[in-house]
Design a protein around this ligand. Sequence first.
Ligand SMILES: [Zn+2]
Ligand SMILES: [Zn+2]
Ligand SMILES: [Zn+2]
Length: 334
Amino acid sequence: MGVKAYRCRVCGNPLYFENSVCVSCGTGLGYARAEREIVPVDASGVYVDADGWIWHVCHNLGLSGCTWLAPLEGGQCVSCDLTRTRPNDADAAGLANFPLAERAKRHLIVELDSLGFPLVGKNQDAVNGLAFDLLSSTLGQVMIAHNDGIVTIDLAEGDDSHRERVRSQLDEPYRTMLGHFRHEVGHYYEWQLVELAGDPGLLARARELFGDETTDYQEAVDRHYQNGPPTDWRLAYISSYATMHPYEDFAETWAHYLHICDTLETAVSFGLVPAAELLGRARFRDLVSDVWVPLSTALNLVNRSMGKDDLYPFVLADAVLEKLDFVASLRPAA
Ligand SMILES: [Zn+2]
Ligand SMILES: [Zn+2]
Ligand SMILES: [Zn+2]
């Protein structure tokens, strides 16, 4: 998980995850998902792995900036396979924001892979699989949502001024494309790992923490937008949006679980936190209190030193730590 300190295998130069070419030596690059590494490709965009398998630069490199390797020449990678709908060729605004959404999706997949969460596309399992509709609200209303494994993302959220306007209207402290992806797959994983688990104890614990998920959703939405959150919501929720419905509380908590794991891992990769700090705690909530809270406070102050808003503008109440702990417990055993 986390943004690793990737390096060019040819010249040793540090790489960003999104690089398709090494800026130092000019070698073409691709992401090999099986190796979880950025690897060099030859002049025709080919990489041969240690087992002799031949990989090709994803067909969508030019369209969406996809830097992953694909199994077939002229084909697309597994991340692109998860996109069921993309903006059509006439939708210039949608296409302009498409690369940003795909980049956020790839970032999400890398983290899910390293945490060990199962990831199956609708192309492999039409019922329980996951797929993304990346739609553009310039052509009509788009609801960012999850439904039976289909995550819908509004590409307009890739536009900074649009997203900032919505953020301010909804009075949210944080709104990003990656955050949308993390939140929406939270709904998917609650469905898959809690509701379909066939474990009454697990479901009971989820209801104890988040509330009864069978509560009428539309009524909850109407109430939330009419009355706003309860005034003391900070004592039990990570965000005011989480108060709306048990499903939203879970998805918000899930998103924060991914925010925290990813950022901690990046901090370890770049030496900001000793790797040993991530080990040896029985409960995830202790890792959050002992390591994440001090780190995020420091990073907030780093941002303030640059005149930026806080990196992590959230307060984690005890009840929220318990919810995070529950989400962390869903991680499959390694
Ligand atoms: Zn290089
Ligand atoms: Zn791709
Ligand atoms: Zn949601």
